[in-house]
Design a protein around this ligand. Structure first.
Ligand code: RB5
Length: 142
């Protein structure tokens, strides 16, 4: 599975820590590459293009709280960005929502917890069936 990661300045440190931990997975790093202030909608857009373009199967997005970058990513059709805050939520984000982007708060979450959430998500499976009916309804625009 190809995984892409991106963060604004509020998530930069957590992004670097996750890249280091998951070194063997070789995450595609879409930025930001310094602690200089950037706008999270620009970072979300870059990730969305990568996921919708099929260059990655799963995205990890990080801003200070995870809120702004979740809002930004979820404005795009086909994106299911889930702000993860517990292992149960990580499991359900896969089983029920088949999330294609996991979101974390670089200023609100501990690295060790985030690693547990990512591992739980990766070990879980999408359940389909009634959940697929619901996912299909997400992209209805009229
Ligand atoms: C940037 O200072 C901060 O607003 C951003 O990282 C994020 O937390 C927004 O929701």
């Amino acid at each position: 599975m190809k995984i892409a990661i991106a963060a604004d300045h509020g998530g930069f440190e957590l992004k670097e820590a996750l890249k280091k931990h998951y070194m063997s997975q070789n995450f595609a790093d879409l930025g930001t590459y310094t602690t200089e202030s950037v706008d999270y909608p620009d970072i979300a857009r870059k990730m969305v293009r990568t996921i919708l373009g099929g260059q990655a199967d799963l995205g990890i997005l990080i801003c200070g709280t995870g809120i702004g970058i979740s809002i930004a990513a979820n404005r795009y059709k086909g994106i299911r960005a889930a702000l993860i805050y517990s292992q149960d939520v990580a499991r359900l984000a896969k089983q029920h929502n088949n999330a294609n982007i996991l979101v974390f708060g670089g200023r609100t979450m501990a690295v060790d917890d985030v690693i547990k959430y990512i591992d739980t998500f990766l070990q879980s499976s999408y359940e389909g069936e009634r959940h697929q009916r619901r996912l299909d309804k997400l992209d209805i625009t009229e």
